[in-house]
Design a protein around this ligand. Structure first.
Ligand code: TXA
Ligand code: MG
Length: 324
């Protein structure tokens, strides 16, 4: 192991904050997935995130702050809708896209006029952000296009030696990334479904433009919507229904095949995993299970998709991206 890994305690938080202020890279847990953080106002530090991840410069990163009072450091406007959503859902897995301040370097926003910002609901992340005293740009702490990390071992597997410090806060509880909403438009636009469900958002904002519902939407360069993202190395095939027919056919053709399903009869073979038949519980385990299947030297992973229902939107989205 090349990267220094520290448990979450006051001394480590102070160390990590100093690393961030000095322009270094710190991986830290949030309630969704682990982030790879750098001082968002230091373009050189943020450029190191892109280098470490192999992330294309066209994909902007999320800025994390400790409190609403800090948002003004990065955003140039704070519409009523942002206030309502922040009141209701922050700290939490909701990322708001807003007009950016000139001080935010282009590398953070991919040269665009907006910045994505959120307050994570995780004690260690909040302590780190408070101690650092600067807004922290942090994409998920994985190589670009790979599965997001939900524990310290996942971070090291992709990025060991490419960051200065890793705060190990144990497994993350949420398991999938935050929901990204553009609040510069009316009605607001869902850019990436995530841990906070679209239904919960709509209960507060009324209507929400959904991704992929119009041609213009699909044409927009919203990088989180690149078709291939969050993918394991093993080719992954999504099927509706229980997946058994496809699984059996692939096995019969002599391939080493894994199967992932939701609910069902709980049958477990060597490479069969059953996730909870509940979106939140399944999300918490999703990446950990995909990482695990990906490590089993399989030639295919068959995923029996959960129902095409609103509550499963984010999980179906991640699985489809993992398969394309
Ligand atoms: O849960 C999360 O959101 C995690 C934790 C670490 O906070 N972070 C995360 O970051 O998933 P990342 O970089 O893997 O995903 C950022 C998403 C991408 O879909 C990106 O396109 C979108 O946010 N995004 C960032 N800035 C944006 C902007 N200005 N406009 C539109 N989308 C933006
Ligand atoms: Mg990511």
């Amino acid at each position: 192991m090349l990267t220094e890994v520290l448990p979450v305690d006051p001394a480590s938080i102070a160390r990590a904050a100093a690393v961030l202020r000095a322009g270094g890279l710190v991986a830290f847990p949030t309630e969704t997935v682990y982030g790879l953080g750098a001082n968002a106002l230091d373009s050189g530090a943020v450029a190191r995130i892109f280098a470490a991840k192999g992330r294309p410069p066209t994909n902007p990163v999320i800025v994390h702050v400790a409190a609403k009072s800090q948002v003004g450091q990065v955003v140039a406007a704070w519409p009523q809708l942002a206030e309502i959503l922040a009141q209701r859902f922050w700290p939490g897995p909701l990322t708001l896209v807003l007009p950016k301040r000139a001080e935010v370097p282009d590398v953070v926003t991919a040269g665009g006029p907006t910045v994505a910002v959120r307050i994570p609901a995780h004690a260690a992340a909040l302590s780190l952000l408070r101690a650092a005293g600067v807004p922290v740009a942090a994409p998920s702490a994985n190589r670009s296009n790979r599965l997001s990390p939900t524990c310290a071992a996942h971070v090291l597997r992709d990025l060991d030696g490419h960051l200065d410090l890793l705060l190990d806060g144990g497994p993350t509880l949420g398991g999938i990334e935050s929901t990204v909403v553009d609040v510069t438009t009316t009605p607001p636009r869902l850019l990436r479904p995530g841990l906070l469900s679209a239904g919960d958002l709509e209960a507060v904002v009324g209507s929400l433009q959904r991704p992929g519902t119009s041609v213009t939407e699909r044409a927009l360069p919203s990088p989180g919507m690149l078709p291939r993202h969050y993918a394991p190395r093993t080719p992954l095939i999504c099927v509706e229904g229980d997946g058994q027919t496809v699984f059996d056919a692939l096995l019969a053709s002599g391939l080493r095949v894994g199967l992932l399903r939701f609910g069902g009869d709980g049958t477990t073979g060597v490479a069969t995993r059953t996730l909870a038949n509940d979106p939140a519980a399944a999300a918490a385990q999703l990446y950990a299970v995909l990482h695990e299947l990906d490590d089993r030297n399989l030639e295919r992973i068959v995923v029996a998709l959960p129902p095409d229902a609103d509550g499963w939107l984010a999980i179906r989205d991640r699985l489809h991206r993992a398969s394309s």
